[in-house]
Design a protein around this ligand. Structure first.
Ligand SMILES: [Zn+2]
Length: 309
């Protein structure tokens, strides 16, 4: 069967009235877990930096469609390309932090974590002149063992986080945790907006965003997103990385089969898929879509802003 045609058929019942959150984790290709071992050589011979060109490409894609998004950006990026960070803010997107150096929280002491997020926030705010209130942990590394991160986030001036995947996964996850926005600390003003999951046949599965969007057929991803919007009446938290639209990035040899599949599959199809995604659904910044400033976030449920689009 013609793949493009079957993908199109699956997504015929297009838009839902729900507005979804578009987010981008701004890092370079070697910040991905699969390429961890080359990170130390970044910027030296054989490991060129490519984040600036790929992030500009993402910004161009959004500008062409009028889509506003949230950019979870490394402090490491802000120090190397302050102009890029300014462009993000100047074009109406939300700037948030993805830590400084993309080290999983589970590999940091509380002191090192505090230093990492403080350095990231300063670098992003210095470059942009805009306040940074949101945070996403590298590799969704807030889990059952790293909940100590929340009070530190509050103390360092963060108001919300999108760092938890409520699923089982080999690299991350907090299965059984809430699937809609909630306040993880009693009496502290911080909101966790977990990554979107979908209930299918009684099971909680991920899909629709991240690497799954690249690996699975478009029609399946859009079905999963639509299911969250319609069956669960929730906005979807979509995310991807600039390196996923950089099909010409250098191929690193000696990766495991799993890492090769995760990192390189369908890179050349990603841009066209994102264009379809922007056409098929309505998108906005995380702070707008999830109404993070609202005092109504008192329990597990989110009070969604009226969809005005
Ligand atoms: Zn990341």
């Amino acid at each position: 069967m013609n793949t493009a045609k079957s993908e199109r058929d699956l997504s015929l019942s297009r838009t839902t009235s729900c507005r979804n959150a578009m987010s981008v984790d701004v890092e370079d290709y070697f910040h991905a877990e699969a390429l961890l071992r080359i990170r130390g050589d970044a910027g030296t011979t054989g490991v060129p930096l490519r984040f600036e060109a790929s992030t500009n490409k993402v910004l161009d894609l959004f500008a062409a469609r009028g889509v506003k998004a949230t950019f979870f950006t490394l402090g490491w990026v802000a120090e190397r390309a302050p102009g890029l960070v300014r462009r993000i803010v100047d074009e109406g997107h939300e700037l948030a932090a993805h830590g400084y150096a993309h080290v999983r929280i589970s590999e940091q002491s509380p002191e090192a974590f505090r230093e990492d997020i403080r350095r990231a926030k300063h670098a992003l705010e210095d470059a942009s002149g805009a306040p940074v209130r949101g945070y996403r942990a590298p590799t969704f590394s807030i889990g059952a063992e790293t909940r100590w991160a929340y009070p530190i986030l509050v103390e360092e001036g963060f108001a919300w986080s999108s760092s938890v995947y409520p699923v089982h996964h080999d690299l991350y996850g907090m299965p059984g945790s809430p699937r809609t926005p909630y306040r993880p600390l009693n009496g502290a003003d911080i909101l966790e907006i977990p990554m979107s999951t979908v209930k299918v046949g009684g099971r909680i599965v991920q899909g629709g965003g991240g690497g799954y969007f690249r690996l699975l057929p478009y029609g399946l991803s859009s079905w999963l997103i639509r299911r969250v919007n319609t069956v669960e009446a929730q906005p979807f938290m979509f995310y991807f990385h600039p390196w996923e639209v950089d099909a010409d990035q250098p191929r690193i040899s000696d990766l495991s089969l799993k890492s090769r599949i995760r990192h390189y599959t369908n890179l050349s199809r990603m841009e066209a898929r994102l264009e379809r995604l922007m056409e098929d659904f309505s998108w906005g910044r995380v702070d707008d879509v999830f109404n993070v400033a609202s005092s109504k976030h008192t329990g597990d449920a989110v009070v969604q802003k009226e969809d005005v689009l």
